[in-house]
Design a protein around this ligand. Structure first.
Ligand SMILES: [Zn+2]
Ligand SMILES: [Zn+2]
Length: 340
């Protein structure tokens, strides 16, 4: 079988390697789709702080069971969370294994699924509903990120939610907030393309943040009192500062964006307005289950998010496409149904 290894930033090598032999607690899977996410792009550019080379990428994916095993019939579409945890540290013992002290994530600090076949522990594998497409299956991971972020704040149900950043995660946070019963969801971005995608996903209140008037627009949008919950999904100093400036007194700001540099924010406002700054990282298994349920209930419109798929052997081209389109791209996937 073929396996894709990123040997150094910007270089992907394909090797012919043996199909893995599953251990007794493992199931052999044939990989169908791999989603490319922001963190993968950082690895491609050599700017991911916690990844060394060579690395086999691929952490958001769908696959089908290759041989019937452990109660899973051959052909069943499945996915699995990519976390490898120690089970012993304080976080793990508290049930917060997603922030394990020795957390390894497949595709970053452990081999990912960028290969035709992969053997994974039965305990990690989650079967998907029968009507799921391989693309939907590969969307479970980023949606689980969004579902977990929503779970970090109270007041989403019935509340007025502000999402800063309309990239894939911001979009999914906004859509899942609506699914969780938010009274109103407002999303901002500097990219007209991303706002248009948000509109096509049914997010009605889309604000263009590219002009100087975004502060006035946000004040007007929330009638001066501010959103009940704010999600920072851009990872920029500007949006972090906006979150603190506009959050309703006594409300929560969930920080979901990944920051390339430490942002300057006004902690004086956090103190004076009793704001709660809350971080969010990845997900737990329950978030995966909720994400699967959300997709099967149609809680999220997926089609507008799927920009394009590239065949496996054109993996590098997918990155070049993303680099050339910059913010005019949402979710790019790698398909292993056809290799080239
Ligand atoms: Zn990801
Ligand atoms: Zn641990």
């Amino acid at each position: 079988m073929l396996r894709a290894t990123m040997t150094s930033p910007g270089v992907i090598r394909f090797d012919d390697v043996p199909v893995p032999v599953p251990a007794p607690d493992q199931v052999l899977l044939r990989v169908r789709r791999i989603g490319v996410c922001g963190s993968d792009i950082h690895v491609w550019h050599g700017r991911h702080p916690y990844t060394s080379y060579p690395v086999v990428q691929g952490h958001e994916f769908s696959a089908e069971v290759a041989e019937t095993a452990a109660g899973l019939a051959a052909g069943t579409l499945v996915t699995a969370p990519p976390q490898i945890t120690c089970g012993e540290c304080l976080s793990c013992r508290r049930g917060d294994y997603h922030i394990c002290e020795r957390l390894k994530v497949m595709g970053f600090q452990a081999p990912g699924v960028a290969q035709e076949f992969v053997a994974l522990p039965r305990s990690a594998i989650m079967p998907l509903p029968e009507d799921f497409t391989p693309e939907l299956g590969a969307l479970v991971e980023p949606l689980a990120v969004a579902v977990h972020a929503l779970g970090r704040a109270e007041e989403v149900a019935g509340g007025r939610v502000l999402v800063l950043g309309a990239g894939p995660i911001g979009n999914l946070v906004a859509q899942a907030a609506r699914w969780r019963g938010a009274a109103r969801v407002t999303i901002t971005d500097v990219s007209g393309y991303r706002l248009e995608i948000a509109r096509r996903c049914g997010i009605e209140r889309c604000l263009d943040a590219s002009g100087a008037s975004i502060d006035a627009a946000l004040r007007e949008e929330f009638e001066g009192s501010g959103p009940d919950v704010t999600f920072e999904c851009a990872g920029l100093e500007e949006t972090a500062a906006q979150a603190v400036r506009h959050a309703r007194k006594g409300s929560a700001i969930v920080v979901a964006g990944v920051f390339a540099a430490p942002p300057r924010v006004d902690l004086g406002l956090v103190q004076d307005r009793e704001l709660r700054l809350v971080g969010t990282l990845m997900y737990r298994r329950g978030d995966y289950a909720d994400a699967i349920r959300c997709l099967s209930e149609g809680g999220v419109m997926a089609a507008p998010l799927l920009t394009v798929s590239f065949p496996f052997l054109r993996y590098a081209e997918a990155y070049r496409f993303i680099d050339s389109r910059r913010d005019r791209v949402m979710k790019v996937m790698i398909s292993l149904d056809a290799l080239q």
